[in-house]
Design a protein around this ligand. Structure first.
Ligand SMILES: [Zn+2]
Ligand SMILES: [Zn+2]
Length: 131
């Protein structure tokens, strides 16, 4: 039974992040949402489940220094704009040139494992507050 419950919790956590399209929730938000479906889940279990889902390739962590990790369920390789005030990540859905393939082709001796490109600035909501 323990395994079945774990699977149900894992699915619930993954669904919450997937349904938060474009929102890139942090663990606290995921915890609040998952509890609506799985009331007895603990915050520790949510963190462990998120880590497991990252390890299994279902989620990607979005981290910035001094901020809670946010979680991405959209794995199509899109880029982000990040607000320096509220820390939210916004998807860039405009098609972009495949720089990674180009850089790999140009520097084949370097084994690239991870790319992180962010466009930083102020989001519309924060601009409205602080003109
Ligand atoms: Zn903002
Ligand atoms: Zn995104």
């Amino acid at each position: 039974m323990a395994i079945k419950r774990l699977t149900k919790q894992r699915r619930a956590v993954l669904e919450v992040v997937q349904n938060a399209k474009g929102h890139h929730p942090d663990a606290a938000w995921v915890y609040a949402e998952v509890r609506k479906k799985v009331p007895r889940i603990s915050l520790g279990t949510v963190y462990r489940t998120l880590d497991a889902l990252i390890a299994e390739g279902y989620l990607v962590p979005l981290s910035r220094p001094g901020e809670a990790v946010r979680y991405e369920a959209n794995l199509d390789g899109h880029l982000h704009m990040v607000c320096r005030q509220c820390g939210q990540f916004f998807d860039i859905i405009h098609p972009l040139p495949d720089l990674l393939s180009e850089v790999r082709a140009r520097y084949p001796e370097f084994s690239i494992e991870h790319v992180q490109v962010e466009y930083e600035g102020l989001c519309p909501a924060c601009r409205a507050q602080d003109p």
